[in-house]
Design a protein around this ligand. Sequence first.
Ligand code: XBP
Ligand code: MG
Length: 254
Amino acid sequence: MPDLEALIFDVDGTLADTERDGHRVAFNLAFADAGLDWDWTVDIYEDLLTVTGGKERMKFYIDKYSPSLPDIDDLDSYIADMHRAKTAHYTDLLSKGEIPLRPGVERLLNEARENGLRLAIATTTTPANVEALLVHTLGKDSMDWFEVIAAGDIVPAKKPAPDIYDFALEKMQLPPQACMAFEDSRNGILSSLGADLKTIVTINDYTRDHDFTGAAIVLDQYGEPDAPFKVIAGDARGHDHVNVDMVRALHAGE
Ligand code: XBP
Ligand code: MG
């Protein structure tokens, strides 16, 4: 096994709990702007999250729930317009500081940098959303902490396909065996495992019942020195919060 050289992070649900109070809210605001009576409740959104990608999710909703829809010639461009409006609402929510990073994320990123580990992002969400999250939580410079920000439509097949991780690995010129991925969902781990990456999972309210077979470990959170994680599956090698030592031990399979 090569030494650990890089950490690759998913964004939504992994760096921050963005779905329920961020993306979902922004979708609803965009629907209201468009004069639609669509209401993505917390419960409906759990079903919609089975589909990654906001545009793809809207199409799935139309197909499955048959909501009211005006007479339109080009559904794809209607959805693309609405998605642009959603992105504007979402980045606005982030700029107001409404969505914090998950506990332990900032500490882990800093520790990784101090230890010379390379950082990357592999996410399904739109690039502007990643920038807004990083800038409004970690500051402007944090965009430069990540060597690659692989996001959104940069690959044609979104998670659960491995393409976005393959893209990040290719850009970093690293084999998957030299990296650790961080995910929060079934679609996410299917993507990371599909790219042959060992993966640390932290669950959230939407993903706690997902199947995480194949994860290096499943935790309720990253934890902090004074606020330990709970292990849901796997062996934390004597650690109680995720730090670089623990990631190295999981990576080496010790
Ligand atoms: C995230 C997604 C995204 C977001 C919404 O999944 O599926 O679609 O929900 O963002 P993952 P966009 O955490 O697995 O990357 O509307 O910009 O797609
Ligand atoms: Mg995710």
